[in-house]
Design a protein around this ligand. Structure first.
Ligand code: SAH
Ligand code: SF4
Length: 359
């Protein structure tokens, strides 16, 4: 049973540390390397933050942990369910800032869409988060915390369900928060931590080229590149980051991504009516992407009241999809179910969404 721990700013949050970092801290303070493993088992496998009950750990280490660390996790302050079963949550941190996290059911899997920042600095013109600017990065404990608190939440609501996959496709640009997302990812993948397989985690990025070049130094999760256009002028209109890191620089950086054991790279392509859904966009995509090995995910644009863009018709989306497939680019469409799911993923906590999408 998880107790409700209050924040104590003089203490470090124990959930902020990967096992490796925690091990180094413990060794510096005179404890043993294997103590990190024991602590991780209690925290993540037994889900027991009450240090008093950590019976295999010496009294001395238990007192040190209680004096040095807080155990704070975020809290769920609102939840709603859409018609297709997707659940959306508003998650609050100790400074009262909030982000959205989404649970997306599909056949044989339950995916959590995690936020990496409060707001986002990239400012994509189609994205609701982009209009908010960046408030702050999330700490590792606030990233893994979304998974931990929702896994607990699920136990009460659907005891047989387990979260199987993670996508970093919520609010924020994960590579802008590289170090914290790296630490959090290590905890997700650690067998003594949350124990997820690397193929079950996908990081989505708007294309921060310097950080893409540093991916060698990031755990080998799948990468999704938000491409959204195959012409520089259109991409720059949608994503201001393209003015600095244009398609040429982006594609060369992607070719260098170390394809460590089973890492997959896919391209996300938002379909916007009369903007990037034309035959010349298909031609440009075919020229840009290496055939056969490139996988494109088409995301029909999800309209919201202030948005300047429109979603193409269903038949037009199918046409775009078939043309790309015919020309050797493996392409999938987010299904109808996925459209409001992705909206939930890419957009944020407006009253509008709460009232209209989630009733
Ligand atoms: N910052 C990262 C990850 C978060 S956004 C990135 O941009 O990749 C996750 C996905 O949601 C991105 O592919 C983004 O383009 C998409 N998205 C944002 N707003 C959307 C909208 N209105 N409709 C459909 N997808 C949207
Ligand atoms: Fe940020 Fe991604 Fe939204 Fe662009 S699409 S503003 S990078 S969250």
């Amino acid at each position: 049973m998880r107790l409700d721990y209050m924040s104590d700013l003089s203490k470090k949050n124990i959930y902020d540390f990967s096992r490796e970092t925690l091990k180094n801290l413990l060794i510096t303070d005179g404890f043993k390397a294997f103590n990190a493993q024991q602590i991780f088992s209690w925290l993540y496998q037994k889900n027991e933050p009450n240090v008093e009950s950590w019976t295999n750990i010496s009294k001395n280490l238990r007192s040190y942990i209680q004096e040095s660390f807080s155990f704070e996790l975020p809290t769920v302050i609102w939840d709603g369910q859409s018609k297709d079963g997707t659940r959306k949550f508003l998650i609050k941190f100790s400074d009262s800032k909030t982000v959205e996290t989404v649970l997306i059911p599909a056949k044989n899997r339950l995916t959590i869409c995690i936020s990496s920042q409060v707001g986002c600095a990239i400012g994509c013109t189609f994205c609701h988060t982009g209009t908010m600017g960046l408030t702050r990065h999330l700490r590792p404990s606030e990233v893994t915390g979304q998974y931990i608190v929702l896994s607990e939440w699920l136990k009460n609501i659907e005891p047989d369900s387990r979260i199987t996959n993670i996508v970093y496709m919520g609010q924020g640009e994960p590579l802008h928060n590289f170090d914290n997302m790296k630490e959090a990812t290590e905890i997700f993948l650690d067998d003594y931590g949350l124990g997820l397989g690397q193929r079950r985690i996908t990081l989505s990025t708007s294309g921060m080229v310097p950080q893409i070049k540093k991916l060698n130094d990031f755990p080998p999760v799948n990468i999704a590149i938000s491409l959204h256009a195959a012409h520089d002028d259109i991409r720059s209109e949608l994503m201001p980051i393209n003015k600095v890191y244009d398609l040429n620089r982006l594609l060369s950086a992607i070719k260098e991504i170390p394809l460590k054991a089973h890492r997959w790279v896919t391209f996300e392509y938002l379909l916007i009516k009369n903007l990037n859904d034309r035959i010349e966009d298909i031609d440009a995509l075919v020229d840009l992407l290496p055939p056969k090995i490139s996988k494109v995910n088409l995301i029909p644009f999800n309209e919201y009241p202030e948005s300047n863009f429109k979603k193409p018709s269903h038949s037009h989306i199918l046409w775009f999809h078939n043309e790309l497939n015919k020309r050797g680019i493996i392409t999938t469409i987010r299904t109808t179910k996925g459209t409001d799911i992705l909206a939930a993923c890419g957009q944020l906590k407006s009253e509008y969404e709460k009232l209209n999408l989630w009733n």
